[in-house]
Design a protein around this ligand. Structure first.
Ligand code: ATP
Ligand code: MG
Length: 178
């Protein structure tokens, strides 16, 4: 499984629709300070269901919507879609390619989709349990996060190992059954 593409429109500094395409291997994103490199990582976190505005470096969730510049009007919504290659079927869904998208309007109304079908945030979270990819996963390691892991509480470190060992879904099910 690997990330094939990220489509962004109206999210943070990306007013226009932009498509990042990746291939197997390593890709680097380079650019001057403030050019939007971290916003790309924020977009991926967001589409995976991040609900904490602070984690996205904003004050409220609406701050992810393109706020406008001197030359451009603000956008009415933010949209991000990521497409993953699932030909090895690591994601428990019957498709070789999985696209997950999220859209948020200024009104606060939001919409999640998996392969074009409207779904709940919970469905997206469940799809990525134990893959390391979800918003709590370790596939996105932000600045300062390594320090946090090293100096964190044992219980917090344990969560990371649970995810890597693939037992999160069992723990969640157990918690629901209790
Ligand atoms: P650095 O090299 O300093 O880490 P970077 O390339 O990671 O920089 P980002 O932090 O991704 O840069 O981008 C910051 C830019 O995004 C700022 O110019 C900020 O004004 C812009 N930005 C953030 N949110 C919005 C928004 N809602 N609308 C418009 N622009 C935004
Ligand atoms: Mg940055």
């Amino acid at each position: 499984m690997y990330l094939k593409s990220i489509e962004i429109q109206g999210f943070k500094s990306f007013a226009n629709k932009i498509l990042f395409e990746f291939h197997n291997g390593i890709t680097g994103i380079v650019g001057p300070n403030g050019s939007g490199k971290s916003n790309v990582a924020d977009a991926v976190r967001w589409v995976l269901g991040e609900q904490r505005a602070k984690q996205l470096r904003g004050g409220s969730m609406q701050d992810v919507i393109f706020a406008g510049t001197e030359l451009r009007k603000p956008q009415g919504f933010a949209y991000v879609a990521i497409t993953l290659d699932n030909s090895d079927h690591q994601l428990a869904i019957d498709y070789d390619e999985v696209t997950v998208s999220r859209r948020l309007y200024r009104s606060g109304e939001s919409e999640y989709k998996i392969n074009g079908s409207t779904c709940r945030l919970k469905d997206i979270s469940e799809l990525f349990y134990d893959t390391g990819i979800g918003k709590e996963g370790y596939s996105i390691i932000g600045q300062g996060q390594i320090d946090k892991i090293l100096s964190g509480k044992p219980e917090e470190r344990r969560e990371l190992f649970d995810e890597a060992a693939g037992i999160v879904k069992f723990k969640r099910r157990k918690a629901i059954a209790q």
